[in-house]
Design a binder for this molecule. Structure first.
Ligand code: CDP
Length: 244
């Protein structure tokens, strides 16, 4: 088959990555893996344990030892997976405004990123996967068959995140969401290790004014072209040959 076996989707907060990735995974019958939950779970546990979030050694040790399980959804409450940490269902707890406020600080620690890297690579290299994050195309799976970078203006993304949070009953204002999204973008893009940026070979899609259907249709089109281009008669794609 000429379908991309590993699809990497990166981009800033609330750019529509998880919506797109879930739909692609469903359409292709691939695994959907959102790497943000790993950083969120570590942040949640660090807050829970009262650790200083700027203590890199302590947070990296936590990241290396924390049992984080991502399982199929056990409830129909809008979740796409269950996330469990040490016997607790933290699926929604890791999406709280408090975790939102701290996760980029935690994710900037090189030791934390190192601790979480192998897990992500192991899952990714199994193939038939749509993996979502900030550095999937650049660092985690640089030889992914297809890389998509989703972007949108800060205001559009803050509006989307605000609507999501409101739906879940969180009490935040739009201005707070806007400020936090801006702060997280800045931290994610300016950190020294694995900063947020499109891979040189990523397809960049700016989603302002596009519906989820339209974004999906564009990416689907890219996949069909990839499929055609890498059809069996033209031989395996270089990455596939390498892995074989
Ligand atoms: O859903 P949203 O885009 O708001 O965030 P997320 O994907 O759950 O990621 C939360 C945070 O984790 C990001 O702001 C990054 O700081 C960090 N992260 C990262 O550094 N690398 C990844 N591959 C995924 C997330």
């Amino acid at each position: 088959m000429g379908l991309p076996r590993i699809i990497a989707i990166d981009g800033p907060a609330a750019s529509g990555k998880s919506t797109l990735a879930r739909r692609l995974a469903k359409a292709l019958d691939y695994l959907y893996f959102d790497t943000g939950v790993l950083y969120r779970a570590v942040t949640w546990a660090a807050l829970q344990q009262g650790l200083a979030l700027d203590d890199e050694a302590a947070i990296a040790a936590l990241a290396a030892s924390l049992p984080i399980e991502v399982r199929p959804p056990s409830q129909e409450d809008g979740r796409s997976n269950d996330v469990w940490v040490a016997g607790r269902d933290v699926t929604w707890a890791i999406r709280s405004p408090q975790v939102d406020a701290w996760v980029s600080v935690v994710a900037a620690h090189p030791g934390v990123r190192r601790a979480l890297l192998e897990t992500q690579r192991r899952i990714g290299r199994q193939g038939r996967v749509v993996m979502v994050g900030r550095d999937i195309g650049t660092v985690v799976l640089p030889d992914a068959d297809l890389k998509i970078y989703l972007d949108a203006s800060l205001e559009e993304r803050a509006r989307r995140r605000y609507a999501e949070l409101q739906q879940r009953g969180a009490s935040v204002t739009y201005d707070e969401v806007l400020a936090r999204t801006r702060a997280r973008d800045q931290m994610d893009a300016s950190r020294a290790t694995a900063p947020l940026r499109p891979a040189p070979d990523a397809v960049v899609i700016v989603t302002d004014g596009l519906t989820a259907d339209e974004v999906f249709a564009r990416v689907w089109d890219v996949i069909q072209r990839h499929n055609h281009h890498h059809a069996p008669e033209s031989g395996p794609a270089p990455q596939e040959a390498e892995r074989a």
